[in-house]
Design a binder for this molecule. Structure first.
Ligand SMILES: *Cc1c(COP(=O)(O)O)cnc(C)c1O
Length: 374
């Protein structure tokens, strides 16, 4: 039996007709940039996330970049964030000439540790923004993070690229911080047919600023108050996303059902001492962009699974403070030990909504076969 890590074709088969019809409508209109599909999707995503405004941009990476620019982050400023995330989180900070201030993570949720964040803010001057990352589909512990942001007047930018629809204490990702950044990269829970992203906010001034920054810092065409970028979501992607958004809740339910099934199967397999299942605190609802187990002998398990036809992936094998491009920041091996240990032990299993119970049993049997073989 083959179990791919992700099967986008299975999803496409179900929505193909609707999507192709919307693509045709856009092509027939010949209106490709900042038209009614983008503004329609912006309203729909804002409502979905429980935020007042949403601004479509070219990617999740650009969402982060523009949010940092809108927050006024400048070269030489520091931005506190997690070292255990996709590169874009820190890359967008560095692109502005700002300095990532990496704060170690909680070992159970893999999200930024608010206690360590508080200590880092005390020690460092010039921290001009905080980017908590909602990794794998569940929110960071936002209550203490927002408290720290408010008391030190530092804007909080949620990296919600992996977590559209996730909830924390009843609020959805993207509605908790000053701004929220979404990605529509194909492997995200709401993926388009290329690159796309969005910034959510409740602040009308930030929304205006973001709209200006995405069109070269211009409010009135050909007049530029500041230097922005060219970063827009296009009509074709927006039209595709509007079709897919209608299914997002049912897909999230499918992921949650599959996660529960893995939880049960893995507990029953009783692989003691070498494997732990994802931890979701009571205040969180995860949308499981990834189902990530933590294991001993991870790389050997991964090879074993691959031989059994089971796809898996390591998100992420090298903590960002150890990346070559950040050598100049002065971190060393051992600087952020929780993140470094996670990078050695995490493994993402197939979790997409169309996965069948038989496929999940095969995944768990294969894992059990590796650890429990006589
Ligand atoms: C995917 C992702 C991004 C970047 O999104 P792109 O659309 O690929 O630019 C940023 N942060 C995190 C945590 C992500 O997973």
């Amino acid at each position: 039996m083959k179990v791919q890590l992700l099967d986008l074709a299975a999803q496409y088969r179900k929505i193909r007709k609707e999507v192709l019809s919307e693509i045709k409508t856009v092509c027939d209109s010949q209106h490709y940039v900042l038209g009614k599909n983008v503004s329609g999707l912006e309203s729909e995503i804002a409502a979905y996330c429980g935020a007042k405004f949403a601004v479509g941009v070219a990617s999740g990476t650009d969402a982060l970049l523009l949010a940092l620019m809108a927050a006024g982050v400048k070269a030489g400023d520091k931005v506190a964030t997690s070292p255990f995330t996709f590169f874009a989180t820190a890359g967008s900070i560095a692109r502005l000439g700002a300095i990532p201030l990496f704060v170690d993570i909680d070992p159970d949720t893999y999200n930024i540790d608010p206690v360590k964040l508080e200590a880092a803010l005390k020690k460092n001057k010039r921290v001009k923004a905080i980017i908590p990352v909602h990794l794998y589909g569940q929110c960071a512990d936002m209550a203490p993070i927002m408290k720290l942001g408010r008391s030190s007047r530092i804007p909080v930018i949620e990296d919600a690229a992996q977590s559209i629809g996730a909830a924390y204490k009843g609020k959805r990702a993207g509605s908790i911080g000053d701004m929220g950044c979404l990605s529509f990269y194909p492997t995200k829970n709401l993926g388009c047919f290329g690159d796309g992203g969005m910034v959510t906010t409740n602040d009308p001034r930030l929304a205006e600023r973001l709209k200006m920054l995405r069109v070269h810092g211009s409010r009135v065409r050909y007049y530029h108050d500041e230097v922005g970028v060219n970063s827009r979501l296009d009509e074709l992607q927006a039209a595709i996303l509007r079709v897919k958004l209608k299914y997002l809740d049912s897909w999230a339910s499918g992921r949650q059902r599959n996660a529960k099934r893995y939880d049960t199967l893995l507990r029953k397999a009783a692989i003691k001492g070498v494997l732990s299942i994802p931890f979701i605190p009571a205040e969180n609802v995860s949308v499981y962009n990834q189902y990530v187990i933590r294991v001993k002998k991870r790389d050997e398990l991964r090879a074993h699974l691959s031989a059994a036809g089971v796809g898996s992936e390591v998100y992420y094998p090298l903590s960002l403070h150890m990346q070559k491009c950040f050598k100049g920041l002065g971190y060393r091996r051992g600087s952020l030990p929780v993140s470094e240990a996670a990078a050695r032990e995490v493994l993402a299993l197939p979790i997409y909504p169309e996965l069948t119970p038989a496929q999940q049993r095969h995944v768990v049997d294969s894992i059990a076969g590796f650890y429990l073989k006589p």
